[in-house]
Design a protein around this ligand. Structure first.
Ligand SMILES: [Zn+2]
Length: 283
């Protein structure tokens, strides 16, 4: 009941603002509130789009951050999301508030492909500058270092020592669980073997595949901080994964993290910034 009422109020306020907006927005000070509101819409659109691509595209296709070429897929995802957020920001400013489209985003690139490429490249550069890694926007795999894996500590077949556990807690508080990215409301971070011990044991016991003969028989392992929820999910998955006559669906070891937000999910109002930068460079 309250949802439609709130939406109706919001629409009414937006339309009331839109009625005031035309003709009175001749100076930057007049346009600024509408531009800030449009930027706010872009701020929500960018991480939402990244999350949707992760859940609706990467997960069904079983594409995780552990794959070769995951950085390229991540780059495409960031570029598409950046273009979508810029299009929504421009559209909001131009249509909802009836601001003159050319006056709010008057960059030199006019064609759709050119504009999409410009916004995609600029979004990717901003994403990198804010500390993002393209592979981090793909889902994590429970049997590989996750999307948020940063600093791993060298590991053996034994459990982590008390000193390593302390170091991993510090890394976990800073970068979050390496699989799902959760940092807050985590009781404790567990030292997670990657690749998991069960995977390494299985690989050592079975006959090696032809391509494994060129690499190490026993892969190098490392510890990463993992939250208890992901640890339990991983344990449940591994319990069944290597049982004879039981095959777990491949997507079972994939963990999505659309709500784990970081600084690099911040969207800058590119449609407003690019003309300013162009003007600054031209002067
Ligand atoms: Zn987790």
């Amino acid at each position: 009941m309250w949802g439609p009422l709130a939406m109706s109020r919001l629409r009414h306020s937006a339309l009331a603002s839109a009625d005031k907006a035309p003709d009175s927005c001749s100076t930057l000070a007049d346009k600024l509130p509408y531009m800030v509101f449009s930027w706010g819409i872009g701020l929500v659109t960018f991480p939402s789009c990244l999350g949707l691509i992760q859940v609706l595209v990467f997960r069904p296709l079983r594409l995780t951050c552990a794959l070769w070429g995951s950085s390229l897929l991540g780059l495409c995802s960031v570029g598409v999301s950046g273009f979508a957020a810029s299009a929504v920001t421009t559209g909001c400013a131009a249509y909802l508030f009836k601001l003159d489209r050319d006056s709010v985003c008057s960059h030199k690139f006019s064609g759709l492909q050119e504009t999409a490429l410009l916004y995609g490249i600029c979004s990717s550069v901003v994403f990198l500058c804010l500390g993002g890694r393209f592979r981090s926007v793909l889902p994590s795999s429970l049997i590989h270092p996750g999307a948020f894996a940063r600093q791993g500590l060298s590991a053996t077949f034994s459990y982590a020592t008390a000193r390593k556990k302390r170091s991993l807690r510090v890394v976990g508080k800073r970068h979050g669980c390496h699989t799902c990215g959760r940092r807050w409301f985590v009781k404790d971070f567990i030292a997670d073997h990657q690749p998991p011990l069960a995977v390494v044991r299985e690989r050592m016991m079975r006959k090696p595949k032809w391509y494994e003969k060129f690499g190490q028989r026993s892969p190098k392992q490392a510890f990463y901080p993992q939250c208890t929820r992901c640890s339990d999910t991983q344990a449940a998955h591994l319990r069944y994964a290597f049982r004879a006559q039981y095959t777990t669906p491949k997507w079972r070891h994939i963990v999505t993290h659309p709500t784990a937000l970081r600084l690099y999910h911040l969207y800058l109002p590119l449609p407003f910034l690019i003309p300013v930068i162009e003007g600054f460079l031209a002067s």
